[in-house]
Design a protein around this ligand. Sequence first.
Ligand code: CP
Length: 329
Amino acid sequence: MAVDTQPPTADTPAEHHAVWRGPHLLDAGDLDAREIRSILGRAKIFEGTPPSEVRDLLRGYRFANLFFEDSTRTRISFSTAAQRLGADTLDLTAPGSSVAKGESLIDTALTVEAGGADGLVIRSKAAGGPALAARHTGIPVINAGDGRHQHPTQGLLDAYALSTALDRRDFDLGGLRLAIVGDIANSRVARSDLRVFTALGASVVFVGPRPFAPTALSCLGCEVVRSLDDVLPEIDALQMLRVQFERHGGPAPISRRQYRHSYGLTPARASRMKPGAIVMHPGPANRGLEIDGPVADNLLPTGPRSIIRDQVRSGTLVRMAVLAMTMGR
Ligand code: CP
C-alpha cells in the first residue's frame, strides 16, 4: 500500500496534505506555516507506517547526494531516507570526484543530472551553491547546508523533534520561548531554526557573545541577548550551537575558557532551567565546551531533557518526507 493513500491521522489533518509548493527546498524562509506542517505531517505518517508499506514509494527514482563539505548526520540520513523509500542513491564527495580536479558545482550538477539523477541533495561550503544548481538543472534540488546561509531540513527536523517531545498537536509551538545559543553568526542552523520555529508560533531569542551574536542579527526579527544566565530560567528549550572554529578564519574571537564559563551548558547551569525544559544540539558537538556530556546524554538525575538523539532520528523521517514530496509522491 502506498503511503499517500493512508488516511490522515489526528496529528496530520487533511488540509496539511501535500501543500508544499516545491520542487526545490533551498531556504526555510521560503516555507510558510502550512507548508512546514505539510512536510512534518508527512514525516509523522512515515513514523507510524510499517517500513514494508513504504519501501516501494520511490522505487525507480535516483537521488544524487553531492556533499562538498563534511557531514555525518545529514549525509547518512538522506541516504537512509532514500533507501527506506526504495530509491537509488549516488554519493559524491569533493575528494574522489572531479570536483577535486576543479570541476565547478554547476558542471558537476549537470553531469550528475545527465547521468540519470532525478533529484540532487547538495551540501556546499559556499552560500548559494544549491540555489545555483537549481537554476542550471531541470531537477529538484534540496539544500543540505550551504555555508553560513541555510540548512532547511535541519530546521524542519528540529521542529519535528521539539514538537514531538513536548507533545504539541499539529506541530504548534505557540507560547514557547526558545533560545538559540552560541556561534550564531557562523550558523546556518540558527537561521533555518529561526524561520521554522517562528512560523510555528514560537518566540526565539539569540544568545551569545558579541562576536558570535552581533546585535545586528536582530534585523532577522528576534531578540539578541548576551547573558545566558539571565534568560535561562524562562526558556522552554535551548538549541546549543557548535562553536564553528573552522569558520573563524584565525584564532577564535573568544577563548574556550571564557566561552565555557559564560555559555557552556554544564550540569550546574542546566539545573537552573525550568522543569520540563528541553535541550537540543544539531551536532556535531564540542563536548566540554558548549555542552557537557552528562547534559547531552541525559545522565543528570534531575534537570532538562536532552533530545539530541531524537533530533537525529527525526532527521531520517523528515528527509523521507522531503524526498517523497519533492517527487510529488
Ligand atoms: N547537523 C548537521 O548538519 O550535522 P552534519 O554536519 O553531521 O551533517
